[in-house]
Design a protein around this ligand. Structure first.
Ligand SMILES: Cc1cc2nc3c(=O)[nH]c(=O)nc-3n(C[C@H](O)[C@H](O)[C@H](O)COP(=O)(O)O)c2cc1C
Length: 393
């Protein structure tokens, strides 16, 4: 089974990742990983870091002549901010010596891990909390999860996401999204992300894209920030991944955990999600039909999962991201030392990271799906797995 670990701080020398449980014989290159890393870095609403931070995951082990060997895959990714000639970070983040006169951070930022982090770990400086809770870590998550994503692709399973709401701008309803996204999903979910990537806010509708961009411009001027809602679609799945027999094997629960473990996510929906509670059953449940030799659903309002198992229809999952907590216009906070009320300090930050978060969400669900596949069709090598997988079909 796929497992992965990440380590590293936002302004330390770099990030490390280890992916374990990858079958042998999967074609994998740094270029494949890099395309998703680059996607994660692109999007309207970015702050200053983008200008110098070009991510590259260096494969250290587990791959030989572009094929996985079955051994753990280790990645190294440097933080260019640390490496720049005039960088102060090697001093601030030094692993030896004393802190000396290096500034302590004592103003916790609302909406961040800052205050609870120092309370929990008994720090007198917020710096270590900022460094590890930062979404910089998602760069390594994308690298690690791209291995699972490539594995799925070999089986014809594709993942693609797009933005459906950014601040107050978005599609009118479920059907409006279906009209634009489903014809693309019919060609495989990667068509969705490829089309969405044409827009710097990752929205499939050009008119909405313009409005979203404008919304970001306005909110940037106001010194505030924005979040929104994205939709991830997975196509090419067989029926019966996951299980209804035990709570920790239900695929919808596992997918939700993966999304909720990502920085700034505040909710997950499958299919109609919360809207399903606002209408009656005939507007929600998908009728079963038998067509061209197999069972299907006439609609897909339950988002491809029933009883914790894939139905064979595409998975439709949505996630909501809260607005970025670091904002130019300050909020009030209390100083750790003096306990006095103060304005938060602004450090370079994105105004809206939603378009980038789409790529993170696409990535983090890949190991969950890959494990559901391995549970059912598992083997040590791609050859073995592909044979079992296609035998089942
Ligand atoms: C791709 C991505 C980029 C982010 N960029 C920023 C940022 O530039 N500034 C910021 O304050 N928060 C940013 N966040 C959100 C914070 O990391 C997150 O809100 C914080 O760590 C607290 O965790 P929580 O929101 O999950 O409770 C980003 C999140 C993601 C997914």
């Amino acid at each position: 089974m796929f497992r992965y670990f990440t380590a590293g701080e936002s302004h330390g020398p770099g990030l490390t990742g280890i992916v374990e449980g990858v079958p042998a014989g999967l074609e994998l290159t740094e270029d494949y990983i890099e395309q998703h890393l680059i996607r994660r870095q692109k999007g309207y609403g970015r702050g200053g870091r983008m200008a110098f931070e070009k991510d590259h995951a260096n494969i250290q082990s587990g791959v030989r002549f572009s094929k996985t060997t079955g051994a753990p895959i280790a990645f190294l990714m440097t933080n260019r901010a640390y490496e720049k000639d005039d960088s102060n970070w090697p001093i601030v983040m030094a692993k030896d010596g004393e802190r000396g006169d290096i500034e302590r951070i004592t103003l916790p930022r609302p909406g961040h891990a800052d205050l609870v982090g120092v309370q929990k770990y008994k720090f007198d400086d917020i710096r270590p909390v900022i460094e590890r809770s930062s979404a910089r870590e998602t760069a390594m998550r994308v690298a690690c999860c791209s291995v699972a994503r490539k594995f799925l692709k070999e089986l014809g399973i594709e993942i693609g996401g797009h933005v459906i709401h950014l601040g107050s701008i978005g599609y009118e309803n479920w059907n409006a999204v279906r009209t634009i996204a489903d014809p693309l999903a019919d060609q495989g979910a990667e068509s969705i992300y490829k089309e969405a990537d044409e827009s710097d806010v990752r929205c499939l509708d050009p008119e909405l894209s313009d409005q979203m961009r404008e919304e970001i411009k306005v909110k940037r001027k106001e010194g505030t920030s924005l979040g929104g809602i994205y939709e991830i679609i997975v196509t090419g799945l067989p029926a019966g991944l996951g299980s209804y027999v035990h709570w920790d094997r239900k695929l919808d629960g596992l997918l939700a955990q993966a999304i909720m473990s990502t920085q700034a996510m505040k909710g997950v929906e499958i299919g109609l999600g919360f809207d399903a509670g606002k209408t009656h059953g005939h507007n929600v449940h998908d009728e079963i039909i038998h067509e061209n030799g197999s069972f299907k659903r006439r609609t897909n309002r339950l988002g491809g999962i029933e009883g914790g198992m894939t139905t064979g229809m595409p998975i439709i999952l949505r996630g909501v991201m809260k607005p970025i907590p670091t904002m130019i216009k300050p909020l009030k906070t209390a100083d750790l030392d003096t306990k006095e009320e103060q304005d938060t300090r602004y450090e370079r930050s994105d105004v809206c990271a939603l378009p980038r978060a789409v790529v993170v969400a696409e990535s983090v669900i890949a190991p969950v799906l890959a494990n559901a596949i391995l549970e059912k069709f598992g083997g040590d090598s791609m050859e073995e797995i592909l044979e079992r997988y296609h035998h089942e079909e």
